[in-house]
Design a protein around this ligand. Structure first.
Ligand code: ZN
Ligand code: ZN
Length: 362
């Protein structure tokens, strides 16, 4: 049986997406065919055009949600008809995977960033028979149908609105997971979040869930700060403020946690300055910017780079869905939906900031 689907194919880093019919190979033993209901645009998809990690043509997209349409011979985690969220790929065999830390999988980079199988193969072809890379984050879900290894799937309750929940698979998980799992923020603690985009605002919502008493949002746009206040920030500071760190710390000793979602060198340095001894600074942006600081600026502090919130999607995503249903995690307020064919507009709006979290719907 050969499977065909409509996909948005990136053929040239400078060109618009090409909407094409593609053919997907038969499913491997642990692979699952998902019919997409919605797929988010993550920042990594936006900056992917400039990345050298994969070879074009490729299908991007890695925040898919949909329904299982077919399963390989050895699939035992999901069945046909199940509603699922598609998250990142991990090997399942290394020490980090065994410790339920799949975002630090030994094979994270080749499995997610190369857009190909580990042996270099791809399993999608265009109408001329040309190979198209289709393993971006293990899924390449800018398509009506996508193939993913069952390890990347999170089963969700029947009745979940699948046009909305795809972003839980990466961007929203990154922001919320960093606060709730990597940082493990406790009631009464303080945190500053730099950048009020999808990742930063998810972090703000998570900080409220965690019971943080001082939640400071920093962004260059007042409209984003206003939204942050509605979602749980207790204070905001404009990123252009000349006394930025003093305003964040309220001229005090420094906060417990700082999260940078911007990847901008000067902002990451402000994050380091914003925490006090005993505090933790976490960076999450896909950034090439170098950090420059004097070692003493880190006195008594910790600094780390966290991928995918340091979370296990099988544990975190069901928790976030429960918080959403109970009204404590309104991540869907960040979403703007676009028909799949308007992918170029969705990308433009993600780049310009006109949309916080574009989601393509089918
Ligand atoms: Zn692994
Ligand atoms: Zn992502």
């Amino acid at each position: 049986m050969s499977i065909t689907t409509t996909a948005a194919v990136l053929r040239d880093p400078e060109a618009a997406y090409s909407i094409e019919e593609v053919t997907l190979a038969d499913l491997g033993p642990t692979e699952v065919l998902v019919r997409l209901a919605g797929v988010g645009f993550c920042h990594t998809d936006v900056v992917a055009r400039g990345m050298a990690s994969y070879v074009l043509p490729a299908i991007l997209g890695h925040e898919g949600a949909g329904t299982v349409e077919a399963v390989g011979a050895d699939v035992d985690r999901v069945s046909v008809g199940d509603p699922v969220i598609m998250s990142f790929a991990s090997c399942g065999a290394c020490a980090q995977c065994a410790a339920a830390k799949p975002s630090y999988c030994a094979l994270f980079t080749p499995l997610n960033m190369a857009a190909r199988n580990l042996d270099g193969s791809a399993t999608a072809t265009d109408s001329e028979g040309g190979e198209i890379a289709n393993r971006w984050f293990g899924q390449s879900s800018f398509a009506g149908r996508a193939v993913i290894d069952q390890r990347g799937l999170v089963l969700v309750p029947a009745g979940t609105d699948l046009t909305k929940v795809g972003p839980l698979g990466c961007g929203i998980q990154t922001g919320a997971g960093t606060v709730l799992r990597a940082m493990n923020v406790q009631p009464g603690q303080s945190i500053v979040v730099f950048g009020a985009g999808a990742v930063g605002l998810a972090a703000v919502m998570a900080a409220r869930i965690a019971g943080a008493s001082d939640i400071v949002a920093v962004d260059l746009h007042q409209s984003r700060l206003d939204l942050a206040l509605e979602l749980g920030a207790t204070r905001t500071v404009l990123g252009s403020d000349r006394r930025l760190v003093d305003r964040i710390t309220d001229d005090g000793a420094g906060l417990d946690f700082a999260l940078d979602t911007t990847g901008v060198g000067s902002v990451m340095e402000a994050a380091i300055e914003s925490v006090g001894p005993g505090g933790s600074v976490v960076l999450v942006a896909a950034s090439e910017a170098a950090l420059e600081f004097h070692p003493t600026q880190l006195t008594g502090k910790s600094l780390s780079y966290v991928l995918e919130g340091g979370a296990d999607p099988q544990e975190l995503i069901p928790y976030l869905l429960e918080q959403w249903r109970e009204g404590r995690f309104p991540f869907d307020r960040l979403i703007a939906t676009y028909p799949f064919r308007d992918i170029d507009q969705a990308e433009a709006d993600a780049r310009s900031g006109a949309a916080i979290k574009p989601v393509l719907v089918f």
